[in-house]
Design a protein around this ligand. Structure first.
Ligand SMILES: Cc1cc2nc3c(=O)[nH]c(=O)nc-3n(C[C@H](O)[C@H](O)[C@H](O)COP(=O)(O)OP(=O)(O)OC[C@H]3O[C@@H](n4cnc5c(N)ncnc54)[C@H](O)[C@@H]3O)c2cc1C
Length: 381
């Protein structure tokens, strides 16, 4: 990964080298393709990441974590996105999405109970917000949670829930008051083994090693203390994690751009057509130059947003911009990479896998259109 380090500290460079070294040992290239082909969660890599303490990176020291800064997390996730999109998803659903809800919204008792095993890799999580009729428009969620004595009873359906099939706990958004719009939305911790819960794998273009799932709730009964925060209080809780989520999705895509550029450059230098390496043709070399610029843009937007967040700025514009720029650049880089590799890119193999993974960025974690709406509001439209 011979790229610019944007003033990373020695510790950050060491951290990057160490996660790349670990992944190189536990998830070699041939295994990446095999896991993708068989739609298998990268369990061995996840366990190895846990064993080296990485799941605790963003978590407070009192629960056994390392309290990493946003810049640390961006460096770490960029390296994972570079190495393997799927193992990065496996990491993020538990250590970022799941753990943030525990850190920010769970009771002290729940934090003490769940964060240490989560850091140890004994407890996986996922987040279940999206529904067939409400993706971007979360206020339209229809899944219902009804208080009955000391319990809540949940009925409804979720869709596209990443890693639900391997999770131990899910954070579920459900309506506790269907007439109160956003203020009727609550968050719950639901044991994935609960009776009445059915989880069904979906068949996505990419993300095959961290599969999305349909999740059905049929009178799923959970203890009332599994409510996170206050009843009806989900909206501000959902908003709280957005800056870091957008930053880390940007970091993922920045890393993914680097991997594609590296692969395609190597291919182009060695591929000959009409007696010359194809890099001798400006139509190819300019594409590679464009891929470099798009990669650089993704990285600059990402690390700039991380610095702003660590400086305590509001940074909504910067994290949102970074997410759009990095994910859209990632897809453009993948498309150009595929063109340069020709038939070798289109067939099953590394380039095809990278291309399929790259398409998710502008859809997941807030679509590019919704995020442009956010930017529009922020610049006063
Ligand atoms: C592989 C994968 C994994 C996912 N993992 C999870 C997960 O773990 N948990 C989870 O809860 N969800 C998950 N999602 C869901 C994801 O967050 C949603 O797909 C995303 O929020 C978009 O929702 P939607 O697909 O329903 O599209 P819709 O909201 O129906 O949007 C369809 C199109 O209309 C556009 N659009 C909608 N409203 C507006 C508007 N106001 N202005 C302009 N354009 C608009 C959108 O940008 C999009 O292009 C995942 C999705 C995928 C594909």
């Amino acid at each position: 990964m011979p790229y610019k380090t944007f003033g990373f500290t020695e510790e950050q460079i060491l951290m990057r080298d160490s996660i790349l070294g670990l992944l190189g040992r536990v998830l070699p290239d041939e295994m990446k393709l095999e896991l993708d082909k068989t739609s298998t969660f990268p369990e061995a890599a996840f366990k190895a990441i846990a064993a080296d303490g990485w799941l605790g990176l963003p978590i407070e020291a009192e629960y056994g974590g390392a309290e990493a800064s946003n810049m640390d997390m961006a460096v770490f996730i960029e390296a994972m996105g570079y190495y393997h999109y799927g193992v990065r998803s496996a990491y993020m659903t538990t250590a970022i999405y799941g753990a943030s809800h525990l850190r920010f919204h769970a009771s002290e008792a729940q934090r003490k109970l769940m964060l240490p095993p989560l850091i140890a890799g004994e407890l996986k999580m996922c987040i279940a917000y999206s529904e067939p009729d409400s993706g971007s428009d979360m206020a339209g969620i229809r899944t219902r949670a009804v208080r009955q004595g000391d319990n809540y009873v949940i009925n409804g359906q979720k869709i596209y829930i990443t890693n639900a099939h391997v999770s131990d706990w899910m954070v579920v958004a459900a309506k506790t008051d269907p007439d109160a719009g956003r203020r009727g939305l609550s968050l719950f911790l639901v044991d994935s083994k609960s009776s009445g819960l059915t989880i069904r794998n979906m068949d996505p273009l990419g993300s095959r090693t961290s599969l999305p799932n349909e999740v059905f709730f049929d009178d799923v009964t959970i203890p009332a203390e599994n409510l996170l925060g206050a009843e009806g209080g989900a909206w501000p809780m959902l908003m709280r994690g957005l800056n870091q989520e957008r930053l880390l999705l940007a970091a993922t895509s920045a890393g993914h751009c680097m991997r594609i550029l590296e692969l395609v450059k190597e291919f182009a230098i060695n591929r000959k057509a009409f007696g010359k390496p194809i890099t001798a043709y400006q139509a190819v070399s300019h594409k590679l130059a464009d891929m470099y610029m798009l990669t650089e843009g993704a990285r600059q937007a990402t690390f700039h947003a991380a610095q702003m967040l660590d400086a305590g700025e509001d940074a909504v514009l910067e994290t949102t911009t970074a997410k759009i720029v990095a994910t859209e650049n990632n897809y453009k880089v993948a498309d150009m990479g595929m063109q340069i590799m020709g038939g070798a890119g289109y067939m099953a193999g590394e380039m095809q896998r990278l291309f399929r993974e790259a398409r998710l960025g502008p859809i997941g974690g807030g679509t590019s259109e919704i995020l442009r709406n956010v930017i529009g509001q922020r610049i006063g439209l």
